[in-house]
Design a binder for this molecule. Sequence first.
Ligand SMILES: CC(C)(COP(=O)(O)OP(=O)(O)OC[C@H]1O[C@@H](n2cnc3c(N)ncnc32)[C@H](O)[C@@H]1OP(=O)(O)O)[C@@H](O)C(=O)NCCC(=O)NCCS
Length: 149
Amino acid sequence: MKNISVIRSFELIDFDEIMEIEKEAFNDPCSKNLYIYDFQNNPYSEYYKLILEDRIIGFFGLWIIYENAQITTIAVSPKYQGLGYGKTMMNFIINHVKEANCLNITLEVRVTNEIAIKMYKSYGFYEVVSRKNYYENGDDAYLMKFDVL
Ligand SMILES: CC(C)(COP(=O)(O)OP(=O)(O)OC[C@H]1O[C@@H](n2cnc3c(N)ncnc32)[C@H](O)[C@@H]1OP(=O)(O)O)[C@@H](O)C(=O)NCCC(=O)NCCS
């Protein structure tokens, strides 16, 4: 049975722990400076951590720009993947975005990221277009969209 986790807003002090997960979960981790810049300077950005037994085991970022929400990042620490924590965060995101009166959620995902694509599709996200060479290493991305009903 999945243990009870909680979702809280980031604090600056969280970034060291978050970067450990970022490096473990992504082949091309984003830099800590970029995250901190967005966290401190982008009025539309929101960052949340998923805590289990006093440890951060996942996180996600959002930009909520008027009627559009964008999932900028989402990750679960590899040893906790496949246990339902991704869905815990997705459920939070969808409720939060509805409360913010957004009309849609968009995100980009590597076309090869089958697990994430399966998760997004299970919520009703659909592929809008593929973006060639979207990532720095030349990988393509799907732009995916969820319409808030
Ligand atoms: C994508 C990610 C956040 C999902 O989190 P998770 O905790 O592993 O996912 P969950 O256990 O909640 O499972 C959610 C859904 O993902 C899919 N999924 C999870 N593990 C899977 C696997 N091994 N194979 C296929 N689909 C899988 C399923 O659709 C699952 O729903 P279901 O259990 O109802 O079938 C996580 O795998 C991760 O951090 N990946 C690395 C970072 C990343 O790629 N982020 C996305 C960037 S766009």
